[in-house]
Design a protein around this ligand. Structure first.
Ligand code: UDP
Length: 251
């Protein structure tokens, strides 16, 4: 962010490096229930990002001293695979992944009915298999679907998307080069039905006017993403119903 460079991020036709318009998302696809052993799961591709989320619980939290006697603890672990970026990423937690894990945990605690499960843990494992900017938003979006797929009592899902500024223009959903060479990146997460903000960060500088514009774009995108999330759950649900009908016919 803010790196000095001659790289031009917007062409003379007002299009971005990958041909997108200012307010255009990268393509997002979500499939729910892809892992057999997890209680809930989701696989998400978002442009060149590939993210797997697996949910376990609610289950007894160990070590016991970490338990909260009045509510469940949501423990998200965001991890970037060593092969997920062009320069090999050193395996294991680093400052950045610890930070992202913490803010995803805090966001998800807002939607899970944690009071229903004292002393329990809800574990959310997020593996970034390929990274191309916007992985925290992708991670939170996938994790929400995995939580719903696990049937964990929750008020709603969280949808997340970033907006930012490149070559002096406010744009939606920065790609890798835009993230590297742009002027600002503002990841946002909301509960789309209530517009409650559950995550907001800013890297770089914006005027208040630009910030408002970025929020308008990101909120609009979150609502679009929410429909993709719901669609993933609907597809998952209708597939299992079909399977059930087949099973009954065989009886
Ligand atoms: N990245 C990388 N190596 C790292 C961390 C990040 O190559 O150790 C890349 C990765 O593609 C990531 C992007 O830089 O998606 C932007 O990272 P940032 O910290 O802004 O988080 P994100 O946008 O992924 O939420």
């Amino acid at each position: 962010m803010g790196m000095d460079s001659d790289i031009k991020l917007i062409d003379e036709n007002g299009l971005r490096l990958d041909g997108r318009k200012f307010d255009e998302l990268r393509e997002i696809k979500i499939e729910a229930g892809v892992l057999q052993r997890a209680d809930g799961s989701a696989y998400l591709t978002w442009g060149e990002n590939k993210v797997m989320a697996a949910v376990y619980g609610p289950r007894e939290l160990h070590p016991r001293h970490a338990q909260n006697p009045s509510k469940a603890v949501v423990q998200a672990r965001y991890n970037m695979a060593a092969f997920s970026v062009s320069d090999r990423k050193r395996p294991g937690p680093d400052r950045r992944s610890v930070e992202i894990s913490k803010l995803i945990s805090e966001a998800l605690e807002e939607i899970v009915f944690v009071e229903q499960f004292p002393r329990a843990a809800v574990d959310v494992f997020i593996e970034v298999l390929e990274a191309s900017a916007g992985t925290r938003c992708a991670a939170l979006t996938a994790a929400s679907v995995a939580l719903a797929d696990a049937g964990i009592p929750m008020s709603d899902m969280i949808a997340s998307c970033a907006a930012g500024k490149i070559d002096g223009h406010v744009v939606l959903d920065l790609g890798q080069k835009e993230d590297n060479f742009g002027e600002a990146d503002v990841p946002l997460a909301i509960v789309p039905r209530t517009d409650k903000v559950t995550l907001l960060q800013m890297d770089g500088d914006l005027t208040t006017e630009e910030f408002d514009k970025a929020m308008e774009l990101a909120v609009g995108a979150c609502k679009e993403i929410y429909e993709i999330q719901r669609d993933a759950l609907k597809r998952r649900y209708s597939t299992s119903l079909e399977g059930y009908e087949d099973f009954e016919e065989d009886e």
